[in-house]
Design a protein around this ligand. Structure first.
Ligand SMILES: *Cc1c(COP(=O)(O)O)cnc(C)c1O
Length: 541
């Protein structure tokens, strides 16, 4: 079935462009496009197929022996893959930072694949390299707002980099801390620097036991990957409790001093510009002071929230971000660019030289190859998608998108607060909020109980929330995610909450009301709900 001839002639045909507009390949292209558009107008999960069933379709570990016709393979992709994908375009898919994309990215993606440039070196990316440098410059400007002369000097300088374009926030965070590590443990009297000599020698040369990174408990897990990959060790990620969801500057200062008094060196404080779980922004300006006092690097992880800088109305919520030595921003989150677009920006364009690598056949000294200062090697021209978006939306377009997301989050928070059986857990600083379903009577009971009784009651509510979230996901009409966190009202333990990210511009207030109504209907039908309302009666009797 669909087995093609094994001949070089046939294979060469796959590499050459179709001769006619109505050729077989052109038809396949049209067929696939139509199918994607159909798919995107459907429910969040189109077919009720369990993961185990889907795995059956992908269980053969042998490489297929013979070639297959593109047409029949395309058909199989539609059936096995597309049909069971998650519709992140759906206006009722409000559980994650991945959302609908503007349609112009579909034709642009063809350009990207069609040209297949490799940004690691100019020889394979002339035009794309200057473009990427300009994109990094524009994002740098958005954060640090330097003069025109400044950008004239550094934007295309072979000896500088305003940032590093990478596949996402994780690699951006690792890159920023890599630069920080190599700077802080740089060469000095007789010591060749950590990049050459390694960590063990560096700790000896600097007379320290360990080096650590500090953030709040809401820090993204990529920071833990970063301290691991950079050789510092996960135990050196000092994550401070944050019942108010943000890092307290006084506590950061005290913990940093303690750490350094024990013979360690604090490498960096990471302030979060919009936490992944609750959307809160750390007090960046105050944390910049703390970093200064402790003499460490200041990194801001604004992977998700960084796009708030486009909004004149809300950019003040990131006040102090321009004091960061490095900043992470993901374009594939609130900038509506396809997956695979992250950036680390550096306040000082010399800093990237701390990780500069040269090689003979590429990345020669003095070349403008971006690969010399990026962690990744071969990279595609994703910066083009950011470039196009920045032009097509403009700052004012992005501002409108950001503002309406934040306002929609506020409206949803109001809806939750007005509903007697829902509890708003963290209100939106940006366009992210958390809440839970909890019978009104139980909410009242929780206020008058404490200790073990309250803890037990909360555990039951946790079960209710998990139940509702799962059933809603399985029903496939909408999707809200869940997480566990310490809430201001219950600092003695974590509670389970629904987490909502209002990213899709097409999500309406009506959609949000319907999602709440669906959750309520599911909740009241569960055993836990009945047990909860009963146990609460016995509790208050
Ligand atoms: C998403 C996110 C990251 C990780 O980014 P990826 O693009 O998923 O690698 C890091 N930090 C924060 C705050 C994020 O929201």
């Amino acid at each position: 079935m669909g087995e093609a001839q094994v001949s070089l002639k046939h294979l060469f045909r796959v590499f050459t462009k179709p001769e006619h507009k109505d050729s077989k390949l052109a038809q396949i292209e049209q067929h696939l496009s139509d199918n994607i558009l159909d798919f995107l107008s459907q429910h969040v999960v189109t077919k009720k197929t369990s993961l185990e069933e889907i795995e059956q379709d992908f269980s053969d570990s042998r490489v297929p022996e013979s070639p297959e016709f593109v047409s029949s393979h395309a058909e199989s992709l539609l059936n096995k893959l597309v049909a069971h994908s998650v519709n992140t375009y759906s206006p009722t898919f409000i559980g994650h930072m991945t959302s609908a994309l503007p349609y112009f990215h579909l034709p642009l993606a063809k350009l990207l694949v069609g040209l297949n440039q490799n940004l690691v070196k100019i020889e394979t990316s002339k035009a794309f390299t200057p473009l990427e440098r300009q994109v990094l410059g524009m994002m740098h400007n958005l954060i640090y707002d330097r003069s025109e002369d400044y950008y004239d000097e550094y934007l295309h300088s072979a000896r500088h980099a305003l940032g590093a374009f990478c596949s996402g926030g994780t690699v951006a965070n690792i890159t920023a801390l890599w630069v920080a590590r190599n700077k802080v443990l740089g060469p000095k009297d007789g010591f060749s620097g950590v990049a050459k000599a390694g960590l063990a020698s560096a700790y000896r040369a600097y007379g320290i036991n360990n080096m650590g990174v500090m953030c709040s408990k809401r820090g993204h897990y990529s920071l833990s990957k970063a301290v691991d990959a950079l050789g510092l060790g996960r135990e050196q990620l000092i994550s401070l409790p944050c019942p108010e969801q943000t890092l307290r500057p006084e506590e950061a200062l005290a913990a940093g001093k303690r750490y350094q008094e024990e013979g360690n060196k604090l490498l960096a404080i990471v302030g979060i510009g919009g936490t992944t779980e609750t959307g809160h922004v750390d007090p960046l300006d105050e944390l910049a002071d703390v970093a200064q006092e402790l003499g460490c690097w200041f990194h801001v992880d604004a992977a998700w929230g960084g796009a708030t800088l486009f909004s004149n109305q809300y950019r003040h919520r990131l006040k102090g971000i321009d004091r960061a030595d490095s900043v992470t921003i993901d374009a594939h989150k609130q900038m509506y660019v396809p997956m695979g677009a992250g950036m680390a920006l550096f306040k000082n364009p010399e800093d990237a030289n701390a990780v500069r690598h040269h090689a003979q056949y590429i990345l020669r000294e003095g070349s403008k190859d971006l690969g010399a200062t990026t962690l990744e090697g071969s990279r595609n021209g994703m910066a083009m998608m950011v470039y196009a978006s920045l032009h097509i939306f403009g700052r004012r377009g992005y501002e409108l998108l950001i503002d309406q997301s934040i306002e929609k989050a506020k409206a949803f928070a109001d809806m939750i607060e007005r509903h007697p059986d829902f509890e708003l857990v963290t209100s939106p600083t940006l366009s992210l909020l958390t809440y839970r379903v909890c019978p009104a009577s139980v909410q009242a009971a929780l206020k008058s109980t404490e200790g073990t009784a309250r803890h037990k009651l909360n555990q039951k509510v946790d079960r209710l929330v998990v139940n509702v979230q799962k059933q809603q996901r399985e029903a496939g009409k909408s999707f809200v995610s869940r997480t566990r966190l310490e809430a201001p009202d219950y600092p003695d333990g974590s509670i389970t909450v629904f987490r909502v990210v209002l990213a899709n511009p097409l999500t309406t207030h009506k959609d949000l009301a319907a999602i709440l109504a669906e959750q309520h209907l599911i909740a009241t039908g569960t055993k836990v709900w009945r047990a909860l309302t009963k146990s609460e009666r016995s509790l208050t009797a």
